[in-house]
Design a protein around this ligand. Sequence first.
Ligand code: F6P
Length: 336
Amino acid sequence: NKRIAVLTSGGDAPGMNACIRAVVVASEGAGHTVIGFEHGFNGLLAANWRKLDSKKVHNIIQRGGTILRSARCKEFKQDVSAKLAAKHLDELAIDALLVIGGDGSFHGAKHLSNFWDGQVIGLPGTIDNDIYGTDATIGYYTAIETAMDSIDKVRDTADAFERIFLVEVMGRHAGFLGASAALSGAANYVILPELFTDKETTLKDIHQQLSIHRQRYGHESFIIVLTENLWPEGIAELGVQLEELTGGEVRPVILGHIQRGGSPVSQDRMLATLLGVNAVRCVEQNKTGIMVGMQNNKPVEIELSQTWENRKELGDTLTQTMVTMLNERHNWGMTT
Ligand code: F6P
């Protein structure tokens, strides 16, 4: 029987609790012991942990956030931190550490493995879906739902006032969330890192699409979805530039951390559960230095370093048809 530790790190994502639950329930069923470190890698450094059993993870599958708390831990990059974490893990006789998080968290896990002999396994949890090696990450589907729902609401007021709206979504430097929210929310235009060329071309293109839209629908209600960290001067400045260019009235909306919260949708709960159970299986098979993921509905294991050495493309998650639609945006703006 194994002693397994689990932590959640980096940006929290809906479904992290479902994943913790799956790890605990699967482990307990197989006779393993589980402890949880609090506040991500900070908990490893401070030896801040607690025992987890199925009673403690009862009734959490539907809860957003993470019962183990999360954090971004810059100091974990230092060797002295990884050594201290290794010492604490050895004192607790831990066989395997499961890290639920994104890119930065996986770097931390890999760094630890340079100083610790135990097994290290990553589980992809981030609303950004920017992790290579898995079609989706835990939290991504719920964030799409939240952003889509927000676009629906924005459209009501956009229609009432005949205004142009700029809706900024998260995604760090990836457009998965923006693309999915724009497609499912029937936005009229989308600005994504993967398709972005330069400011001038984009402004001109928006102006052209808005003119087509004005002719076709005879109204000004026009929704533009924009991925964060992309427009050099920020969303407010883009709004001013658009007003000058189009003569329309523009309002910017930043969805922000709302996209990180809420009860996980069924797809995230199921993904989280499958990944949690598969991670425990990998522990039993003495695997280490890997991330568990899902590709084409099949569980996969990827070397941790591969997850950041490769870049995930839009087409790896969205179908090629969708990517084509995004490229030909004037054909898919379906707002009426
Ligand atoms: O990685 C998840 C994420 O929400 C990104 O989409 C966003 O850029 C970032 O985290 C925000 O980080 P913080 O909550 O630390 O401001």
